[in-house]
Design a protein around this ligand. Sequence first.
Ligand code: FMN
Length: 394
Amino acid sequence: MIRTPLTELLGIRYPVVQAAMGYVSGPRLAAATSDAGGLGLIASATMTLAELENAISETAGRTAAPFGVNLRADAPDAAERIRLIVDRHVPVASFAQAPKPELIAALKDAGVVTIASVGARRHAEKVAAWGIDAVIATGGEGGGHVGSVPTSLLIPQIAAAVDIPVIAAGGFFDGRGLVAALAWGAAGVAMGTRFLLTSDSPVPDAVKQVYLAAGLDGTVVTRRVDGVPHRVLRTTMVDHLEGARAGAQARAGAQARAGARAGAQARAGAQARAGARTGTGWLSGPRRAAALVQSARNATTFRAAGGLSWREMIAQGRAMRRDSELTWGQVLMAANTPVLLRAAMVDGRPDLGLMSSGQVTGLIGDLPSCAELIEAIMTEAGDCLDRLEALRKT
Ligand SMILES: Cc1cc2nc3c(=O)[nH]c(=O)nc-3n(C[C@H](O)[C@H](O)[C@H](O)COP(=O)(O)O)c2cc1C
């Protein structure tokens, strides 16, 4: 047994948290993790309020152990989501990005344990001052939206700066990592990619196989998806997005800025119109998903080639919509990351979708159940502590 301030705070057997993953960490994965003695988190940002309500009921039906809901403080219906968490007696709420003091207070007043995700010391200090109960600090190795500071530097820095439990994330997959995190001053670990690659994860097998085949250099941090650094599996589509940037920069160097914008607008407008003709319903079939990806490429190329800000792009989108048959939905969906994630994680199309991934995917080669995974981690952590203790005696 390894008891830490985190296991005490949450009332869980093991200091292992399953990090929130959109379209991946629903009731099945969260309940399997909690049932195995860790903490499962339902990712709610990609769910409607009604879907979240069902997910909470289903998770509570699958496990009697504590679990949590991960939410965005800037969701338009954040207050309703919090009311749902409180009414349904969900023991833990975690914030995907910056929380708000009043939301933390509302949860804490109702006895819900609050956790915030942070990527920098100043964020950890700020949320600790707002009364948050624990933080998940994620280093640059992690999957999804990431900062640039490696886990090995970020965790000791944050653990020294705040008095609340720090949950280390970014690159963890085994018992050695858990011991390392504890040595850095953390109270436990959170893992995303490792839990995605379990038999309890709902991700289609074809997609899991792509993750398993990736090496340590199989991921890339790109801003091309949604404008902020996002670690994803390196695929043909991501290479294309990155390539479009290089091409756009070269063109921008060769052409006058205004000329480039006009050219990009014309090209993207023509491409988007062509894409729009291939289908109007999203994600109900491979051709429609392909049209969506084409549309996303168009939007991104459109923005990059002209050196446009998103504000300018929206203005251009308005113009596009005025003089073409594109709907607002199509214009906006063109840059819609969740839809691209969904194409892979739910529809099982690794060729069409985006796959957020930590670098750790390059060290993972199996698909254990959550129970097998957590047991293996705890056994290895115990062995590791014994080995270290033996070093002291010799
Ligand atoms: C497929 C995938 C989807 C993710 N989706 C979300 C999300 O919806 N919200 C969120 O806050 N973080 C999300 N993340 C980030 C994770 O919560 C976590 O920070 C990260 O996976 C930790 O790094 P690791 O993958 O090396 O364990 C996602 C990560 C992955 C791999």
